[in-house]
Design a protein around this ligand. Structure first.
Ligand code: SAM
Length: 287
């Protein structure tokens, strides 16, 4: 039986034995507090019928817990120097497949098909690409029903926030369109090696059966949202007309808001997703 890695002594020992050097560009902060992977695995609702996709297994700290709780674990790690380390630390588990590669370039469909149509995602995400990873998982892979990930606390707060809050923005709307987000717990910097500068949160995203709203043109609605928050201090007519891909005039945007019963000086941060969908539908008709 492999000794659990989730403590500072064992992590140091594995790293030194393999001559591993942390690579800052890969966002490597390894877990060294066993309470955290335990809490993550509990939140991930795993059973032996599940295949888990783990993004960035590192030296395999959380992978060990996942292998015990799930039927199969597919772990995608970008850092080639970690592959021999994982072969060592996961040697006692016959239900783990390690793939070397970049998750943003990985064919998720192939992994999901291989797993029989659905997988759960669990990860302590590399912070430099949190948003593109989460959006790829939600927008490109319906077979992913539940995502349980560690992210920076500030990002978790942005994802769960609603209209009127300072933290509310394009990422809140992008995620909430596909999923119900929930912050499970906060995780302080001392639970990682090396310690990050900021606190982290475990975030759970439960995919909705269907997206929260049904705009006529999804891409157009997201372009409106992007425009609104690119210049969040501007009124919506100014922000939308200033974003060339939308090809909308200030007057058209103001008229659309008025027809919806909204103030034409409203800012994007006051609109919820249903209102963005309605606004987009009106502007689409004017194209
Ligand atoms: N899961 C380990 C843990 O909790 O101790 C490591 C987490 S560490 C925050 C992030 C991991 O993601 C690192 O192992 C890093 O090399 C890996 N990584 C970074 N960018 C990646 C990418 N684009 N695709 C796959 N893995 C990546």
């Amino acid at each position: 039986m492999n000794a659990y890695l989730a403590n500072a002594e064992k992590t140091k020992e594995v790293i030194e034995r393999h001559g591993f050097a942390f690579r800052k560009q890969f966002g490597q902060n390894f877990l060294i507090d066993s309470a955290v992977p335990e809490a993550i695995v509990r939140a991930a609702e795993l059973t032996k019928d599940d295949t888990v996709l783990e993004i960035g297994p590192g030296i395999g700290t959380m992978t060990q817990y996942l292998a015990e709780a799930a039927g199969h674990v597919v772990a995608v790690e970008i850092d080639k120097t970690l592959i021999p380390v994982l072969a060592d630390t996961l040697a006692g588990f016959d239900n783990v497949t390690v793939l070397q590669g970049d998750i943003l370039k990985t064919d998720l469909g192939a992994i999901i098909d291989e797993a029989g149509g659905s997988v759960k995602v669990v990860a302590n995400l590399p912070y430099y690409i949190t948003t593109p990873i989460i959006m790829k998982l939600l927008a490109q892979a319906e077979g992913i029903g539940l995502i349980t990930v560690m992210v920076q606390e500030e990002v978790a707060e942005r994802i769960v926030s609603g209209p009127g809050s300072k933290a509310y923005g394009a990422i809140s709307l992008g995620v909430q369109y596909y999923a119900e987000p929930e912050i499970v717990r906060s995780v302080p910097p001392h639970c990682f090696m090396p310690q990050p500068k900021v606190a982290s949160s475990v975030l759970k995203l439960k995919r909705r059966e269907k997206p929260l709203v049904t705009p006529q043109d999804e891409a157009h609605m997201f372009a409106c949202i992007k425009a609104a928050f690119l210049q969040r201090r501007k009124t919506l007519p100014n922000a939308l007309s200033g974003y060339a891909p939308l090809a909308v005039s200030r007057d058209q945007a103001a008229a659309a808001l008025k027809a919806m019963g909204l103030d034409e000086r409203a800012r994007g941060e006051t609109l919820d997703l249903a209102q963005f969908a309605r606004l987009s539908d009106r502007l689409v008709q004017e194209r």
